[in-house]
Design a protein around this ligand. Sequence first.
Ligand code: ADP
Ligand code: ADP
Ligand code: MG
Length: 631
Amino acid sequence: MFKSVLVANRGEIACRVFRTAKRMGIRAIAVYSEADAKALHVREADEAVLIGPAAARESYLVADKVLAAAKATGAEAIHPGYGFLSENAEFAEAVMAAGIIWIGAPPASIRAMGLKDAAKKLMVAAGVPVTPGYMGEDQNPDRLKSEADAIGYPVLIKAVAGGGGKGMRRVETSDAFLDALASCQREAASSFGDDRVLIEKYILSPRHIEVQVFGDSNGEVVHLYERDCSLQRRHQKVIEEAPAPGMDAATRAAVTDAAVKAAKAVNYVGAGTIEFIADASEGLRADRIWFMEMNTRLQVEHPVTESITGVDLVEWQFRAAAGEPVPLKQADIPMNGWAMEARLYAEDPANGFLPSIGKLEHFRLPDDIRVDTGVFQGGEVSQFYDPMIAKLIVHETSREAAAARLADACAEVEVWPVKTNAAFLVKCLEHPRFVEGDVDTGFIGAEEEALVASSLSKFGLEGAARALREHGVVADGNDHWAPWDTWNGPQGFRLNGPSESRQTIVVHGEAHSVAMTPDDYPPATYRPLTAHNGVWFEDGLAFEISAFKQMGAGGGSASDGSLRAPMPGKIVAVSAAVGDAVAKGQPIVVLEAMKMEHALVAPFDGKVSGVGAAVGDQVAADAVLAVVEAG
Ligand code: ADP
Ligand code: ADP
Ligand code: MG
C-alpha cells in the first residue's frame, strides 16, 4: 500500500478521503485555492499546497498545478474525488505517466463512458437495456425533430457531453422541439464545449435507480446493490437511499446483473456507478429499467451504500489502485437495514433556491449520526464552489425509521446567517408520499410550493414566545452560545423588568418578522436576553431574535396617531394591516437604522387606518409609516 495520497479536490469529499487515509496510516496531502486557505480540508490534511486563485479553472481544474503539487510533496497517489478532474482521462494519463498511482477509473473506461451516446451504443452491444431513443451522428435539426416525432412525446434532449443535471430539455410537443433543441445546444456548447445531443423517450413516473459497482485489475467486478436517487430538484439529487423502496428480488437481480455487465464491458477498475431510469408507473419492474449513463468515479451519495454494506469504499479504492483484488466476493457482500442521505445546501429555498454565501457564524450539525462535511463554524461559504456544505446520513433497521431519523437530524441543523435547505429537507422527508416510498423524479417540482411555503408560515408569536421560553440561545457576539438559563452576563436584563428597560422582541423569519412585547405573555415566561442579537433555530429554520428599546410616545408616535420614522432607515417588519384593531403599546412597524431596531408602537388603543411602508422599504426621517385611529 502507498504511504501518501494527494486529494485533488476540496470540501466534504476531500475530508472524507482523508479520514480513510488517516485510519490506514497514509499521509494526507491537500491542494487548495486562495479562497480555501482556511478551509476544513486544508486543516485536516497533514500537508497542503496552494495551487492558485479562487476560480476552479485556475486552480482545482489545472492538471499541471495539481501534478506539480504531487511531485513537490512526494505524493505516491492521487485521489480525484468527484467533479473537477475526476472524469478527465487526460489527467488520469498524466498522473500515471508521472509515475503516480491514479485512484480512479482507467482512462479507457472514462473515455468509453464519457459521452452519453457512445456509452449507450456500447451498452446496446453488451446486451444492456438502454433508454429508447436516438443516438446517431446526424445532428441536422430536421433529422433530430423527425426522430423525436418517431419516438413520441414527451422526449428529453440531452447533451452527449452533459453532466451535473445540465444540458437537458424536456419537450412536450413537436411544435416546441426546434426551440428547445436550439437552447439545449447553446447550453451544451457553453457548458461542455460540445453541442451534440441525443434524444430519449421521456420516461413517465421516472425513478432514478443506480447500482454501485466495483472492479479490480484482474477483471473481477462486483456490485454493492442499488441506491434510489429519485428525490431530485431540477435533475439534481437531494435525498438518496439504499436499498430502493419497492425493489423485489427479480428486479434487483436484473438491474445489478446489467450493471456488472456494463462495467465489465468497459474493463472497469475501482468504484463506479451505473445509473438507470425506471418507469415506475406500476412499481419497479425488471423489464422497465434502462441504462442511462455511467459515472466513472466515487459518487456523492456513496455513504448510503457504505452504511448498508459496512464497506469503506474509499479503502476499497485505495486497495484497487494498489493492485489488490476486490476485498469481498459477491456472495459475501452484506446488505443490512436502510440508509438515507440528505444533501445540505447553502441556498435559500424561499428565494428560488439561490445559493447563499458568507461566513458561518453559527454552524451546528447533529453529532449522533454520520455527517460528511467540508465546512465549520467560523468558516466561509464562498461564491466560487458548489453550495453543498454537508451530507447527513442515517442508518436504521427500516425505511420508516430512517426517514424519521433523518427528518429529525435535518430539523436539528443550526446554520446562521447563511441560509440552508434544512427545513425544506424536513418537509420532503415528512411528506406522506415520500414516507410511503411513492416518489418519482417529478415529486419536488410538483410539490415545491408546499415544500417551501409551509416551512415559512409555521412561525408566529407563539413560536417567538417559545423561543425565549424553551429554546432560547444568547450570543455574546463571540461565537459563544448558551441557554438563557446559564447566561448571567452583565448585559442581561429582565424583559419584565422596570419600564425603562422594557423590551420588544422582534423575530425575523426567512420571509417575515413578528414583534412582541412582554405584555403579550406572562412575565414568568421571560428570561434574560443580551443586547446583542440572538438567533433561534427550529425545524431547520433560523430566526433572529433582537431586543431593542421600545419607542415611547414622543419618540416616534405622535399624539395624532401617525407613526413617523424617527430617523432614515429600512423597514424590517410590519405587523399590522389596515383595519386591524391594536392595543396601546403594540408594535406596528419596526425600523432598522444604524444597526439598531426601533419599534413604532400604537400610541393608544384603536384601529390601524393606514400603513405607509412595506418590509424592505427604505424610508426617510419623519415619513409616516402607519396611522392609528382611536376607538
Ligand atoms: P452525483 O450523481 O454523484 O450527484 P453529479 O453528476 O451530480 O453526481 O456530480 C457530482 C459532482 O460533480 C457535483 O458536485 C456536480 O456539481 C459536479 N459535476 C458533475 N458534472 C459536472 C459538470 N459537467 N460540470 C460541472 N460540475 C459537474
Ligand atoms: P447527468 O449526466 O446530468 O447526471 P443523466 O443522464 O444522469 O444526466 O440524467 C439526470 C437526471 O435526469 C436523471 O437522474 C433523471 O432524473 C432525469 N432523466 C434522465 N433521462 C431521463 C429520461 N429518459 N426520462 C426521464 N427522466 C430522465
Ligand atoms: Mg447522472
